[in-house]
Design a binder for this molecule. Structure first.
Ligand code: PBG
Length: 324
């Protein structure tokens, strides 16, 4: 039975009807705000390729977390820019490292805010790679210990959730067993399970000063052409003990989010990454697109594809528009 009995426009006539039949919702409670924490006090330095985003000292990160909380954003994810870097990324697992200090300050001063700690070594190594390097190789098994130590020290400092983003094989199992051995069996792992070797991370690497000094990340991050491999990665991570899995980036990988959602029974996160933010911010700044509408449309698309939660630099701005 087609037209004229079928008139899909009937359900689009008013906002009240559209809202009644809307299939996907987006709310502040689905969003996670990334914060870049740097040394110092009262530092709030704008990131050139991410207008509106800042490198923040711990005190400023606390203020940002408090504001996000008051807007209904339930979680922040922390990245550290340490005062110094070395070959073994010691700043990553220093009990008084940059993320550890920020995590404990936020837990104390932004009541109720969940703190997710990104677990990776690239911001802490002098060569900018995600693991221990030998020649041109990033050693897998030698890196696992350092990642596990990092996760344990972040959780001890107060991080509620640890999120490994390094893409070494076996890191979820290594982190799970180290957390359990340290009495941190209640700390969930949000695994960046399907993380692609993407050029969309460019602005992040400026912000976190984590661009590799040689080579690239293609020996561990995934080939953008692959989706079956993403399913393999997420299933392995769930088997190793991941409580939640992430797909990253988001908009160019909506098909991956959709497939992953169907393949697992754990919450699926998507990371709307720095390059996605930068493109939108730049076009909006030029007056070429409507910033707020394109932002909300992007976020709802990521939800529609199947993401339960979205890590996005727009978290505060979107929350403000969406209400609590
Ligand atoms: C690694 C990490 C990266 C991002 C999150 N965690 C960078 C990379 O893999 O090079 C990128 C996030 C973004 O682009 O917004 N610590």
């Amino acid at each position: 039975m087609g037209f004229p009995a079928q008139r899909p426009r009937r359900l689009r006539r008013t906002e009240a009807i559209r809202s009644l039949v809307r299939e996907t919702d987006l709310s502040a409670g689905d969003l996670v705000l990334p914060l870049f924490v740097c040394p110092g006090k009262r530092v709030r330095q704008e990131i050139g390729s991410m207008p509106g985003q800042f490198n923040l000292s711990a005190d400023e990160a606390v203020a940002e977390a408090q504001e996000a909380r008051s807007l209904g954003v339930p979680a922040v994810i922390l990245f550290g820019i340490p005062p110094s870097k070395d070959a073994r990324a010691s700043g990553a697992y220093d009990p008084h490292g940059i993320v550890q200090e920020a995590a404990s300050a936020i837990k104390k001063e932004a009541q109720g805010m969940l703190v997710v700690a990104d677990v990776c070594l690239c911001e802490y190594t002098d060569h900018g790679h995600c693991g221990v390097v030998q020649g041109d190789d990033i050693l897998n098994d030698e890196t696992l210990d350092l990642l596990a130590k990092t996760a344990v020290s972040q959780a001890r400092a107060g991080a509620d959730i640890v999120a490994p983003s390094d893409m070494m094989d076996g890191r979820v199992a290594a982190i799970r067993s180290a957390l359990d051995a340290a009495g941190l069996d209640q700390v969930p792992i949000l695994s960046y399970a399907a993380k692609y070797a993407s050029a969309f991370y460019g602005p992040f690497r400026e912000a976190a000063q984590s661009a590799p000094k040689f080579g690239d990340r293609r020996s561990h991050q995934m080939d953008p052409a692959n989706v079956r491999e993403a399913l393999k990665e997420v299933l392995l991570d769930v088997e190793e003990g991941a409580d939640m899995v992430m797909v990253k980036p988001a908009l160019p990988y909506l098909d991956v989010i959709c497939r992953v959602r169907q393949a697992v029974n754990v919450p699926v996160a998507a990371y709307h990454v720095s390059g996605e933010y930068a493109m939108l911010a730049a076009a909006a700044r030029n007056g070429w697109i409507d910033r707020e509408r394109v932002m909300l449309e992007s976020l709802v698309s990521i939800r529609r594809a199947g993401a339960d939660l979205i890590v996005t630099y727009f978290a505060k701005e979107a929350a403000r528009l969406l209400g609590k």
